[in-house]
Design a binder for this molecule. Structure first.
Ligand code: GLP
Length: 250
């Protein structure tokens, strides 16, 4: 595992964008696993700027997103499809038909999860899977639980996640209580995982994920078993790892 320590959020975003663009340049038709949340916003901005400058193209890239809120339409301004359109897809030359986000409005969410699992499998899994990190150690919407769930599934969001995501909604009552999320199986099947973290409120989750036991109560800890993980985090997010003496590169 390689850990890059960056000065701040902007530097984290540039480093992550560098790694993603390197993947796209190396393999123009790669499959990118994409994430939502506030952490990747700067990474997406940087990628869009380089793409608009003509440095590289997303024309042949295929993408699979991690998750979607159950019950939100793609046009809802807090849906993850809407997030991806407004933060990345609308600003780059990707073919929208090659982008995939679970359908939060599916009449049969369990069938939708099975369809999504099969889709990701048929694409050969992600060449590079970008991940953010929940304060409780969740990845995608794989919440702390007694077991790691392998398949794409419908999940009940924990109160901690509802509270953390309430800032994007008019009130905590408006946050959907369920989501569809890629399971740990698809995430671990990605050839490379790139986890990004910023801010002091992620320091415990980062520490638990990479220095704690491999435990489904900290879902990100499963990444310790992946053979190609890159963690890019700013000083605040990596503070506990650094204090514990974990080697990092700059
Ligand atoms: C959400 C998403 C995750 C994301 C996490 C952290 O719940 N489902 O994919 O990593 O929140 O979000 P943020 O980056 O805003 O802290």
């Amino acid at each position: 595992m390689r850990i890059y320590l960056t000065e701040d959020y902007d530097a984290m975003s540039r480093r992550a964008a560098n790694l993603i663009s390197a993947e796209v340049i190396r393999n123009p038709s790669c499959v990118l696993g994409l994430a939502t949340g506030s952490t990747p916003v700067g990474t997406y901005k940087q990628l869009a700027a380089w793409n608009q400058r003509g440095d590289f193209s997303f024309k042949e890239v295929r993408s699979v997103n991690l998750d979607e809120y159950k019950g939100l339409a793609p046009t809802h301004d807090q849906s993850y499809r809407y997030f991806m359109q407004t933060n990345l897809f609308d600003h780059i030359d990707i073919d929208v038909n090659n982008t995939n986000v679970p359908n939060g409005l599916a009449a049969d969410p369990v069938a939708e999860c099975a369809r999504y699992d099969e889709l990701v499998r048929s694409l050969g899994y992600a060449d590079l899977q970008l991940l953010g990190l929940g304060r409780n150690g969740h990845i995608g919407f794989n919440e702390p639980a007694d077991i790691f769930v392998k398949e794409t599934h419908v999940v009940d969001l924990t109160q901690s996640t509802i509270d953390a995501n309430a800032r994007f909604f008019a009130s905590a009552d408006d946050v959907p209580r369920q989501a569809l999320t890629m399971g740990i199986g698809c995430i671990m099947a990605a050839r490379r995982v790139l986890l990004i973290a910023s801010g002091a409120d992620k320091a415990d989750a980062v520490y638990n994920a990479f220095c704690g036991p491999i435990d489904p109560h900290c879902p990100a800890s499963i990444l310790q078993l992946h053979s190609d993980v890159v963690l890019v985090g700013d000083k605040a997010a990596l503070s506990k790892l650094v204090a514990a003496g974990v080697p990092v590169c700059e």
